[in-house]
Design a protein around this ligand. Sequence first.
Ligand code: PMP
Length: 279
Amino acid sequence: MILYNDKIVERRDVAIDIEDRGYQFGDGVYEVIRVYEGQCFFLDEHLDRLERSAKEIRLDWPCSRKDLQHNIEGLIRENQLSDGMVYLQITRGVANRNHLFPADTASVLTGYVRELVRPVEIMEKGIHTKLLDDIRWLRCDIKSLNLLGNVLLKQEAHEDQCKEAILHRDGTVTEGSSTNVFIVKEGKLFTHPATNLILNGITRLHIINLAKKAGVDIIEQPFTIDTLLQADEVFVSSTTMEIVPVVQIDQEIISGGKSGKITKALQKHFEDSIKLLKI
Ligand code: PMP
């Protein structure tokens, strides 16, 4: 079962129009929400970000927030989802193909769920990454459907046996192709500030809070490729990957090729916060 505007229906009963602006222009926004044991993790924060992304692209919000929350719960229940994700997207609707906003077209909201396992192996062993030029547009703070830059970068990393691309603009590290990037230097945690150049990850915000609670200094400041390569620890974060250590960047081995102390401690705090959901 999937969510189509305000109804939960069979997937085969939904036909997306060939002139849906999401399909033709990538004119829309989306969210990915993690579900652990049938419960959404940071639902409010994800919906806040979806609302913000919609506002930034001047997209009409198609329903009340309360109804959407209710439908997300219904979607999880109807599909008997335990561990997985909810994907939501809103497009500017169906209209004759024209770049200009259509005058009176209703937004189209779709949502579905998928089972996902936690990537425990890479969470423990870490990943190899590739440094690439951040070729994306200048509104990376909007979670827009336009992911072509991210797609090309992730594919290029993959073709070089790397699990993630770490991006930089003129030597300043921004984020990953689908993750935020953190480094540890002399016991302090650094990550790019939440500007137009990165997506302000919900996991990123959670990690910042966990670090503060654990007494780890967190500095939201841009850093260079040199600083990245000389870091004591590096990790990436996202809703689906949680916290994953980076043990190699191009040819450079990080943290002796293993997960670092602070990375492990934050993973433990993260795990504890998932367990709190079940209480
Ligand atoms: N940056 C980018 C470019 C992403 O696509 C994602 C994943 N949606 C993130 C960061 C991490 O965000 P979140 O923690 O909210 O999943």
